[in-house]
Design a protein around this ligand. Structure first.
Ligand SMILES: Cc1cc2nc3c(=O)[nH]c(=O)nc-3n(C[C@H](O)[C@H](O)[C@H](O)COP(=O)(O)OP(=O)(O)OC[C@H]3O[C@@H](n4cnc5c(N)ncnc54)[C@H](O)[C@@H]3O)c2cc1C
Length: 380
């Protein structure tokens, strides 16, 4: 019921991801959440269908699809589990940075493995003392011959410990954004270690750990682009990443809404089906309407990023903020409409609420999204 009449090939891509979510993800989502299991084998299956490098060029194994295709895929996968879909989106973002900013040699070295997901990627920007103000990051990379020596700590890194390549923003020069570079640090590099898997409210099907660098020597040949453009690389990755996280919220919330429709049709009170109460019908109508508004905005922002519109960053920030706020609200409303059963884990709704909550915080908090949007509106 979207405003967009998707062409047949996009419908096919979306349906492929939707079927994969229904068959390979949804049946296990509650178990993976409870056991904090990171389903790498299932991620590799997704990669075998072309979802390991969705927007990457085809030359090294990418699928060469658009941002809009990617949004459709992550939304569809999130109907099975937002957390699994979100990790896949982070992997795609980090791999996409190598595809876009890496040299021919770097792309040939890493991209085939990343697209197959024989290699998993992590995106390392946040630090204990630098979250929203990422340009103040302090992890240092001191040049030493043909290598850099890294010291510092990255915080909240998705996939850390399990990933094979850490796309890491480090300080190689002056304070602020112009002194930042991007290095690809392979797992197993001496001086690279990880914190404990964090105990979290949701997103349990993927690990979150600190990444620690202690006199960690990384070949200078692993730097993406020139010294000093690392912040630009990190932000370029996030434009697409934010749309994908928004798409994960839409998919999770749609699944919560679908479960609610089925539940209210079956559950009876005061002598009738719950969905016969107009007060509840109106709430369902609002949930569906708000989700549709968020979906249309997100698809439009993805198309704008595909075109390279000058305001694509603003539109991505708007869509991320709106889709993640809406997704959380809809999922929380779905929990309410399930009554006490919504609070029980076996119904799957409370997991969606827990998973979607963090989408309002990561890849730039929704306050930072407002800051980006406002920057385009208010001229100093
Ligand atoms: C589960 C999880 C996974 C994550 N995965 C990754 C990852 O893979 N890689 C990675 O690099 N990072 C990751 N993050 C980090 C995430 O991106 C940061 O948590 C986020 O950017 C916020 O930074 P912070 O936590 O330091 O909060 P802070 O920056 O300290 O912000 C605290 C509060 O202040 C508000 N605030 C800050 N500045 C302003 C301002 N100027 N105006 C108005 N409000 C403001 C914020 O919006 C927030 O509400 C992850 C986080 C979580 C929880």
């Amino acid at each position: 019921m979207t405003l967009f009449a998707l062409p047949e090939d996009q419908i096919a891509v979306r349906d492929m991801a939707r079927d994969f979510a229904a068959e390979r993800i949804a049946p296990h989502a509650l178990d993976w959440d409870a056991r904090k299991h990171f389903p790498v084998d299932v991620l590799r299956e997704a990669a075998s269908l072309g979802m390991g490098g969705i927007t990457l060029r085809e030359e090294h194994g990418g699928s060469g699809l658009t941002r809009l295709d990617a949004a459709l895929i992550f939304e569809a996968l999130a109907t099975g589990c937002p957390t699994v879909s979100a990790y896949l989106s982070i992997h795609n973002m980090a791999a996409g940075m190598i595809d876009r900013f890496g040299s021919e040699d770097q792309r040939g070295r890493w991209l085939p493995g990343l697209c197959r997901m024989d290699l998993l990627a992590a995106y390392c920007l946040t630090e204990p003392g630098a979250g929203s103000d990422a340009a103040s990051l302090r992890t240092s990379a001191r040049r030493n011959g043909d290598a850099y020596v890294l010291n510092g700590t990255k915080q909240f890194i998705s996939g850390a410990g399990a990933a094979d390549l850490y796309v890491t923003m480090v300080r190689t020069g002056e304070p602020g954004p112009r002194g930042i570079s991007t290095l690809v640090v392979p797992a197993g590099t001496p001086g690279l270690s990880f914190g404990e898997n964090e105990r979290k409210m949701g997103w349990n099907a993927q690990p979150t750990r600190q990444v620690v660098f202690e006199e960690c020597r990384v070949p200078a040949a692993n730097r993406l682009g020139q010294e000093g453009i690392g912040f630009r690389i990190a932000m370029a990755g996030l434009d697409g990443g934010r749309l994908n996280i928004g798409a994960c919220s839409l998919g999770g919330a749609q699944s919560a809404l679908d479960r609610t429709l089925a539940y209210l049709a079956e559950r009876r009170a005061f002598g009738q089906r719950l969905d016969a109460f107009q007060a509840l019908q109106f709430r369902l109508a609002d949930m569906a309407t708000e989700l549709e508004a968020a979906r249309v905005m997100l698809y439009a922002a993805a198309a704008s990023l595909d075109r390279g519109d000058p305001d694509a960053t603003q539109r991505s920030a708007m869509a991320k903020r709106f889709a993640t706020d809406t997704g959380f609200r809809v999922a929380n409303e779905a929990l309410q409409l399930h009554g006490g059963y919504g609070y029980l884990s076996e119904y799957g709704i409370e997991k969606i609420v827990r998973d979607l909550r963090v989408h309002q915080i990561l890849e730039g908090t929704n306050e930072i999204m407002r800051l980006i949007v406002a920057r385009g509106l208010v001229r100093p």
